[in-house]
Design a protein around this ligand. Structure first.
Ligand SMILES: NC(=O)c1ccc[n+]([C@@H]2O[C@H](COP(=O)([O-])OP(=O)(O)OC[C@H]3O[C@@H](n4cnc5c(N)ncnc54)[C@H](O)[C@@H]3O)[C@@H](O)[C@H]2O)c1
Ligand SMILES: [Zn+2]
Length: 661
């Protein structure tokens, strides 16, 4: 490659990497896999090495992580939180070993799993947890103390603690908790997180620590950044010490005196990585001895005494035996591949999503073919590609009728999904009923999927209204229903008539209206009549309500069936109680504040808390709906925007006066 070609490729890669960095670090919503990303970064690194004049100071190869956002106040790290250099092959590990041995003699290496989550620092004064922060760009991170407090596995008080201690750890979401969260997001029709690492990052960087608490995050602590009062000389010793203090540390960290054993250990971890229950994306090799580390030093971005080894996503070949079509609540037909069972990333897999018709067509995947599957984000199995066609296989033809009810299916313009158009489709009805009675919706106990299926199959229930017409005799007629449980069931159906209005709105299963949106609707519009009869603008005026949601709700209530459903539910005694405007109004109820710049005395988190305690809301962006912008020193674009929009701008002092008056 000549320098001109190299230059344009460097520019291209820089743009691309910055684009993916933003999606990954600031929006917790990556478009490509980490392994793919790492490869792009490596390509840039190699070009910069080959053509040193092309290396720019702000190249993605020179920077760590994201930037501290505006949501939290800043924490300056006394000890820089560095990144790690990556290896992708055994040869590169041998290079690392060689470079280490050029500087120090007889190094011992510790090998540990590389947890895939979010890097944090936690500080303890006399054994008390006082502050926690994100890595940010390595120098300045975000204060997330309140959110870290919600993590049960992080000790808040240490016994026999040193005077001062700063540890570094990785906050992660366990496989189990990730799968639970996906289920909840699916029920609420929220956009699901792509993998456990994004779920952990998105959960930890929440303004409201109550949300963080619900996400059940965990932590592994893997390093001592600073310590006063105790002297340690090696990594292994410090991990043992951290374990003794009560920190969750890696379940194994072994020490070796040669690279061959290190590589063997790395491969051992790779082979069993799916069985851990927590996500990892590699292994880390570290020089054990602290005085040797000092001799080795660091670059601007990473220490020279450690090396990460990144595992490629595990892929396996298997035979596609069949394609099943599932019909969802909104009628979407989803193809699911059935395979000869294979063991991959720790579990045996025999089903995987095939996404949609286009996917199957593009890859020309046919029943009887050999395909390659992997676990996306190491958890959910998916088909990556076709390996080879089987003998006499024929292209797969997507059904033109619903496999459940036989009605015609349609595909709307751009949409990839194919839907069953029959509003009374039993498969859709069943999914719909399961949602209607679920815990976050009408919460009808004892009405599980199996019972609902029988009710649907016996035509006793054709819509949610029919649930309220069931008699004990109807229920007793079902398989395996004892008298007592039949009565209990009727009783809990009866009780659900009193449920709060937002539960009913959520239960209706309107597209894009999750539980949170349902609550917003009720808190702002108060009655079912208002909710049914408002215009798009009325909905979009609600803070937190977007156009897509507004249009979806208008669409829903434009159908006669929807109006009849509400009417009939009412006739059956479902109360739909109007929401009462909260009587204990705070001084700031109904007001929205935006904080910007550095305030003279208060941290932003403190100011937000004061506003919220007085019933006000805080938002991170200025709009016409903003009541006040509280501006401190070095306020930037938000201040300009407020001035342009004519939003009232106040100082911290004025804010405090308003609170006191
Ligand atoms: N998919 C995308 O679009 C995209 C975009 C940007 C970054 N990324 C990913 O983000 C990561 C970027 O980089 P990074 O700078 O954080 O590097 P990194 O994640 O590869 O390595 C450094 C991190 O490893 C963590 N770690 C976990 N276990 C550890 C252990 N036992 N010892 C030491 N450290 C441990 C530390 O918290 C440290 O911050 C890469 O995995 C990259 O693929 C992906
Ligand atoms: Zn159907």
């Amino acid at each position: 490659m000549d320098i001109n070609n190299a230059k344009s490729r460097v520019e291209e890669l820089t743009k691309l990497l910055n684009y993916h960095n933003n999606l990954y670090y600031n929006q917790d919503n990556p478009e490509i896999g980490d392994y793919e990303y790492d490869k792009l970064l490596r390509e840039l690194e190699d070009l910069e090495k080959q053509f040193p004049t092309l290396l720019k100071k702000d190249s993605p190869t020179q920077k760590v992580g994201g930037s501290a956002g505006e949501k939290f106040s800043e924490v300056t790290h006394t000890v820089q939180m560095m990144s790690l250099h990556d290896s992708f092959s055994h040869g590169e590990l041998l290079d690392f070993d060689r470079k280490v041995r050029e500087v120090v003699q007889n190094p011992l290496y510790v090998v540990e799993p590389k947890f895939d989550g979010l890097s944090v620092s936690c500080e303890y004064e006399n054994g008390v947890f006082v502050r926690g922060s994100t890595r940010g760009d390595g120098f300045v991170g975000e204060d997330i103390t309140d959110n870290l407090i919600t993590i049960k596995s992080l000790p808040k008080r240490l016994k026999n603690a040193p005077e001062y201690l700063e540890v570094r750890g990785e906050v992660y979401m366990s496989d189990d908790n990730f799968l639970k969260l996906l289920k909840i997001q699916e029920d609420n029709e929220e956009k699901p997180f792509k993998n456990p690492r994004n779920a952990a990052a998105g959960s930890l960087r929440q303004k409201n620590s109550k949300i963080t608490a619900q996400r059940n995050l965990d932590i592994f602590v893997f390093n001592i950044q600073q310590i006063r009062g105790v002297t340690l000389t090696s990594h292994k010793q410090s991990l043992d010490y951290l374990t003794e203090l009560g920190f969750p540390t890696a379940p194994f960290y072994n020490r070796y005196d040669n690279m061959e054993d290190v590589i063997e250990e790395i491969e051992r971890i790779n082979n069993i990585r799916g069985t851990f229950g927590f996500p990892i994306d590699g292994a880390v090799v570290k020089v054990d001895d602290f005085s040797q580390r000092e001799l080795l030093g660091a670059t601007a971005k990473f220490p020279k005494w450690a090396e990460a080894y990144k595992y490629p996503p595990e892929e396996k070949e298997t035979k596609l035996l069949d394609i099943e079509i599932n019909v969802g609540r909104t009628g979407a037909l989803t193809p699911v591949g059935i395979f000869e069972p294979v063991f991959i990333s720790g579990t045996t897999v025999s089903r995987a999503v095939l996404h949609n018709e286009d996917f199957i067509k593009e890859k020309d995947i046919r029943i009887g073919d050999t395909v390659i599957i992997r676990k996306a984000g190491e958890i959910i199995p998916e088909v990556v590609s076709l390996k080879s066609h089987g003998e006499n296989t024929v292209p797969y033809v997507f059904p033109t009728v619903c496999p459940s009810c036989g009605s015609k299916v349609t595909r709307d313009g751009e949409e990839a999904a194919i839907r069953c158009t029959n509003t009374e489709c039993p498969a859709q009805l069943l999914r719909h009923l399961i949602h209607f009675v679920s815990r976050d919706a009408m919460d009808i106990e004892g009405l599980g999927p199996a019972v609902l299926e029988q009710l649907v199959n016996s035509s006793l229930v054709k819509s949610p209204v029919d649930l309220y017409k069931l008699t004990p005799m109807d229920v007793l007629g079902l398989e395996r229903k004892a008298e007592k449980s039949a009565l209990n069931l009727i009783d809990s159906i009866e009780k659900s008539k009193e449920q709060e209005l937002y539960r009913l709105i959520f239960a209706l299963g309107i597209r894009h209206i999750g539980q949170k949106a349902a609550k917003l609707l009720c808190d702002n519009l108060l009655t079912i009549e208002n909710i049914m009869n408002s215009k798009v603008e009325d909905y979009t005026n609600i803070d937190g309500f977007g156009t897509v949601m507004a249009e979806s709700i208008v669409e829903y209530f434009s159908h006669e069936e929807s109006i009849n459903l509400i009417k009939e539910l009412k006739e059956c005694g479902v109360k739909m109680p109007p929401v009462e405007k909260k009587s204990e109004e705070g001084k700031f109820t109904g007001l929205t504040f935006v904080l910007t710049g550095t305030l003279p005395t208060l941290k932003r988190s403190e100011a937000s808390k004061m506003i919220e305690n007085a019933g006000g809301k805080t938002s991170s962006s200025v709009s016409k709906k903003t009541s006040y912008v509280v501006a401190g020193e070095e306020a930037g674009s938000k201040l300009t925007k407020a001035q342009n929009l004519g939003v009232t701008i106040i100082t911290e002092e004025q804010l405090l006066n308003m609170l006191e008056s």
